[in-house]
Design a protein around this ligand. Structure first.
Ligand code: SAH
Length: 245
């Protein structure tokens, strides 16, 4: 293994019980990555984590081309529990949707729900593919919490079954100037809603504004692309209501 590699903190999301001495069986994809791509050997160490047990240092106990086994050595970090914040976004082109999932994972959402709105022009978003993207983002960026990713859901259905205690920050490009009353009194469960490239229809907007749990919010005077809007909205929310304080 080259020196450069020893500097890289290799991290894998492992959905198994991580406790001192527990052995962890690698998937063939994980074994391939560790042994063929990163060229790790027996006795070498890497970090493993999940949403329940936090991050652990582990040691390679068994390896061959297709399989491998680690042992948990010591806990290194607790779980980075995110805020109780969901992201509802209308899927756009694949690469930009992947970007949205990656940034939402880095910036600390607990749940990601791709939604179908009137102008959504992408009508499929594989939950498994997006979840794998969230896992990869967490492994690479250093957080040890992977948000839940839900199936593509009709926004209307969601709103008609919405938990009454959860506020929605409705990113509304037509309401520049209306600022969400973002202050510490608004603590509690939230969701951020960002529309598709086509924006929201007047009918959708009227429906949103009729619901008291929906707060129209401007992200400034310029129209942002949906992926930019997600990052801007997460920044605004985290810096006023979240854990950036
Ligand atoms: N086609 C629309 C823009 C859609 S941008 C138009 O030209 O008007 C995609 C989504 O990003 C919007 O639905 C909105 O949720 C969000 N967004 C973009 N710019 C915004 C802004 N300045 N303020 C609030 N939300 C914004």
């Amino acid at each position: 293994m080259t020196d450069a590699m020893t500097q890289i903190k290799i991290r894998l999301f492992i959905k198994q019980d991580l406790q001192v001495g527990n052995s962890v069986v690698l998937t063939s994809k994980q074994a391939n990555y560790l042994f063929n791509v990163m060229r790790l050997n027996l006795g070498e160490k890497l970090y493993i984590f999940n949403n329940d047990d936090g991050e652990w240092l582990s040691e390679i106990m068994h390896k061959n081309k297709k399989v491998g086994e680690l042992v948990c050595v010591a806990k290194t970090r607790d779980v980075d529990y995110p805020q109780d914040l969901w992201l509802l976004f209308a899927p756009i082109k694949k690469a930009r949707t992947d970007f949205i999932v990656e940034k939402a994972t880095e910036m600390g959402v607990s749940r990601i729900i791709p939604v179908i709105t009137e102008y959504t022009n992408i009508n499929r978003a594989s939950k498994d593919r997006l979840y794998a993207h969230a896992v990869e983002a967490a492994e690479q960026c250093g957080t040890n919490f992977v948000p839940e990713v839900e199936e593509l859901t009709k926004l209307n259905f969601l709103l008609n079954n919405w938990p009454s205690n959860r506020k929605i920050m409705f990113c509304d490009e037509d309401k520049s100037g209306i600022r969400l009353a973002l202050n510490k009194d608004n603590k509690g469960p939230w969701a951020i809603l960002v529309g598709p490239e086509g924006g929201f229809s007047h009918q959708e907007r009227d429906q949103f504004l009729s619901r008291k749990f929906i707060y129209p919010t401007s992200l400034g005077p310029r129209i942002l692309r949906a992926d930019t809007a997600v990052v801007a909205a997460l920044t605004l929310w985290q810096s006023t209501l979240g854990d950036w304080l």
